[in-house]
Ligand binder design. Structure first.
Ligand code: CA
Length: 225
């Protein structure tokens, strides 16, 4: 297994190298964000240990750049202690896990092993169906290059449909996941919301991605329609 360590504190970087090598990893170390991003793009790694505060490009930017370029190498970010915002941002920019400094090597190695078991499957922070893009963390949505404003409920419905793109989903399933499971209002509320989404996301763009399936519910066309 080959790991990249991006950490500007030399002693910590050396410690990480020794700790990972002792576990049988081949380790490359980058002492700046710029070098780290370059290596992560040029070389193939099984895991990346990424500090947040770095000279050049910071850890968040490295992480989101790699994910935007469809590099799915598992990333473990090293965040400052008691910085909840950093931990949230690490995960939202596409990191798989984080550890707060100071940390124990035993825990770091265990976390990395867990990430390696999961592998580098695609898990974009932004989800797409055709030219529809949805950012769940920022709660923003685009059709092509045009950002579209949605209400909270419209957004939840669209997120559910995009996560199940290409599948037939019943009105009941949608009610259970987007409304409360004990929703007892008129189930036709789903149709009302689907119509609103069509008016915002399909009609103005000449698309027909939100399909009604006779008797079985709805489907968001995988190709965006
Ligand atoms: Ca640092």
């Amino acid at each position: 297994m080959r790991a990249l360590v991006v950490e500007d504190e030399k002693r910590l970087a050396a410690g990480l190298r020794n700790g990972l090598e002792a576990e049988g990893f081949a380790v490359d170390v980058a002492l700046t964000g710029t070098d780290g991003l370059w290596l992560a793009r040029e070389e193939s790694y099984d895991a990346i240990v990424l500090d947040v505060m770095l000279p050049g490009v910071d850890g968040f930017d490295i992480c989101s750049t790699l994910r935007n370029e469809r590099v799915w190498t598992p990333i473990l970010m090293l965040t400052a202690r008691d910085a909840d915002a950093d931990q949230v941002r690490a995960l939202d920019t596409g990191a798989d896990d984080y550890l707060t400094k100071p940390f124990s090597y035993a825990v770091l190695i265990a976390r990395l092993r867990a990430l390696l078991r999961r592998g580098a499957a695609e898990r974009p922070a932004v989800i797409c169906a055709g030219d529809l893009r949805l950012d769940p963390a920022a709660r923003r949505i685009w059709r092509g290059e045009v950002e579209v404003g949605l209400t909270a409920r419209e957004f939840s419905l669209l997120e559910f449909l995009i996560r199940h793109r290409g599948e037939a989903v019943s009105k009941r399933t949608i009610l259970d996941h987007v409304w409360d499971y004990d929703f007892e209002g008129d189930p036709n509320i789903v149709e009302v919301y689907v119509r609103r989404l069509r008016n915002k996301l399909d009609r103005p763009f000449g698309k027909g991605s939100l399909q009604t399936l006779r008797g079985s519910g709805y489907r968001l066309a995988d190709d965006g329609g």
